[in-house]
Each structure stands twice: as structure tokens, then as C-alpha cells.
Design a protein around this ligand. Sequence first.
Ligand SMILES: *[C@@H]1O[C@H](CO)[C@@H](O)[C@H](O)[C@H]1NC(C)=O
Length: 475
Amino acid sequence: MPEAPDVLLLFCLVGAADALYKRWIPDTNYENETNWDKGAVPCGNDVVRFSAQTQVSVFVESAHAVRETRLPVDGEFILNSGGGFYASDGREPGCGPGVATRFKDPGSLRWFDPALWQAAASLDDLRRGRFLFSVHEESVPCRWDDVVFRALSSFRVDTGSGGSSVPVRAVSVRGKVFDGRAEFAQYLSSRSGRLQFHGSSAVTVGNPGCGDPSGCECGNSANRRRICSSVTCASVECKKPLLPVGHCCEVCGAIVTIRYAAGFDLQTYRQRIHHLFLVLPKYKSVQLGMSKVSRSRRLMGIVPFGASPEVQLTLLDGEKGAESEALAWDVVSDARSHGSVLGIAGAEFRASSGGGGSSSDQSGASAGTVVGVVLAVFVAIAIVIVVALIRRGVVRMPSMPSAPSLSSFTRKKDGEELGGPLDRGYDNPMFDNLNMLPDVPGLHGNEANSISITQTGGVYFANPVYDENETDFNA
Ligand SMILES: *[C@@H]1O[C@H](CO)[C@@H](O)[C@H](O)[C@H]1NC(C)=O
């Protein structure tokens, strides 16, 4: 095939047209005080305890004095260069009388919990803390995304039950990027891999990035139930709460819907909206999420007749949505005046303010009318115009009360078909194995532990045998 290299090159160039970086927030680092039940990193006079059942990989960045440490049955320390432990006589100055402090069990943090991820358009943005807001389904990594676990950290994530795979483009763990399926599968079965990822659904890497500049649908609607089960919705105070596609909760704010045409580039458009509007002081409190979604179209607002991809902008401001609505106006008029350059065929918005029904209905309609002029200029064939107008007429129908429930019903059906029975909790192999643990009395910490040094300079410390009464650690 002579074309193959060209196709490959093209694919590389547009490889990650609109993929995001999603970073896991929690860690199981020794130095993070939130991981300790006393809310402080233990010091040299403290007695450090890990519960026997805790399965955890703990990153130790620096050197710590310890008086006594009880280790878990199945766990590991990952020592940074310069990280480790040294014996303390329990009389460290500035450390207080010493307390018993326990490392919290990280067992229940779920991959599909949208609150545990941060998203950014690039690694640089991640580093600088320039995060993107997303609807719930897209806060969790999409198939096209790069998943990042912070380089100097350890973690433990529950990927859930159901046995289905969780595909992403790549995963980086402690600075190493895995984008080959086999290599990552091998990592998952390693000791660190097993401690860091648990659950019967396996994360798989090597999925192609999003190759479409206009964006790709996230693909997490199949996981909607798992995602939304982690979310508690706040009560909303506006007249007509909105339910953005992919979000778990009704919100106050505005939703802008963009019909894109050839030449539309989601990444560029996101930057444009940021530079034109989001940096303005008046929009400081507005959160804006932008992505390609598929909204099912309905005849007369009721009968579904297929889905069409469109770009959805979700605008929230935490209050009653007034700022979001003002921004929605700005976005729609920007699309009206520069639509031809941006590859936008039409834009309209719905706001939650209600205002006697005039704000959302009339403003949406008038915005749509002006966009219609843009359409008329660029669509040459009269029949196409007529069809488009009829279609927009349907879209502009006031949404029936039954619409949200109908759409959630369709999505639920999708979820069942694609994901099968999803939430049955996860299997914890420890519970099966607890009774079968060999009872080896008299093995003290130092003899029973194995320490190995890897090429990366990290020292792995593993304790295969746990003696409930006796395991002291004085390295
Ligand atoms: C400590 O852990 C918490 C919760 O897991 C996380 O939000 C925070 O960023 C971590 N702190 C540091 C310094 O990494």
C-alpha cells in the first residue's frame, strides 16, 4: 500500500486534535498530611501504623525519622532518591510527646468519580494549574485522553467492577508514559501496578487520540450511571434549570449550542472564547465547559428522530445564572459576526433565568434568526435552507417537561447495552485471602522485608509477611 505512510503521517499530525490531559488528584504520598488520621505527617516521636489489610503503594519523597512503624500485609514504599527512614530514639526536638498515627485506607477512591480529576488542554496547562471545566461525564477520562498521575506520587484507584475495559490514549505513572497496550498490561500486573489500580475493569492504553479537529464525543455516556452515582447534586434556585448533555445535575446558567461546519476547530475556538471573554473581570466567576456532544433530536419536541453532533458550551456561575446568560449572548453574537471564519453554521442558547419565559425563548429565537441570515449567505441551495429552517424550528420549540426524562431514559438504555450490569461493587481479593494468610510467627521486620533497588534509582520496600504484634521497622 503506497499511501500508507501518508495516511500515517496525516494521522500523526492531527493525532491529538482535541484530546485533553486528565490528572488524578488524590495521592497516597507519605508527605501528604491528608493521608494521616491525625491530619499531620508523623514525626520522629510518633508511632506509625498501617492497617494490616491496607493495600497501598506509598511514595516517600524525603527522609523521615521513625520510632516505630507497623506495616501492612500487602504494600510497598516507593522511595524517592533522598527519601527513606531512619531510626529515632523518640526524643526528637519539636515533635511533641509522640502519638500513634494511622495511614488512612485509600481503598474507596473511584476512577469514575468526576470530582477526583483535573483537566487541561496541555501538560503545560496542567503544571500551571490552568484547568478546564467539564460536564461530569467528561471530567472522567475520555477514550481520547491522556491520563496523568503526578510524577512524584503514588496513588490507589478503584477502576470499578463489571470487567469491561476502560480505554484511554495513554497513562503516565511517575513520569513514565505508557501508550502501548502490552507494556501497560504488563505494568498493571506488576506489584506496583496491582497496588495502584484495583477493580475488575482494566484500564487499557493505546486508543488513538481524537483525530477530528472539530472534537470527538467523549464516549462516557456508557458509564453515566457509574459517574453520576458519585455525584451529589446541589439544589438549584433558578426558574428553568437546565440539564446539559453529559452532566449529572440540573444547573442554573446557560447552554450555547453550536452547529459547526467545515473548518471548525474546537481547540482554537476554546482558546478564542477564553481570550475574548473568560479573561474579562465580569466573567471571572463563570465556568465554561466546551465539547462535542450528540443530542437526540425530537420531532415536535417529543418523538426522537436520530441524534446529531453539535458543540455544547455549558456556562455556570454558581448563582442564578445572570453572568452566564450575559456571556451566552456574547458568544452567540460573536458566532454571528465571525461564524464564517470560525466554521460555525449557527449558534443558539438557552438560559435558566426564565424571566417569564421571554429570556430563554425569545432571546434564543432572535439569536437564531440572525444566525439564520449567516446561514442564508453561505448555503447556496434554496431547498437546503428550507430544510435547515424547518429543523431549527423544531429545535427552537419550547422544551416539553417530558424531554429531560425522555433523554435520560434513552441514555440509560445505551448504558445497559454497552456496559452491561455496571455497579456491583468491587471485589477485594484481600477478603478472600485473609483466612489463608500463612501464620508465620517470630519473623521480625528487618529479616522479613525485601528491599530491591531498581534502575530508576527508586528503592522498593516490600513486606511480604505481616506479624501483627511484632513488626517493628527501624531502618
Ligand atoms: C494531598 O491530598 C489531597 C487529597 O487527596 C489533594 O487534594 C492534595 O492536592 C494533596 N496535597 C499535595 C501537596 O499534593
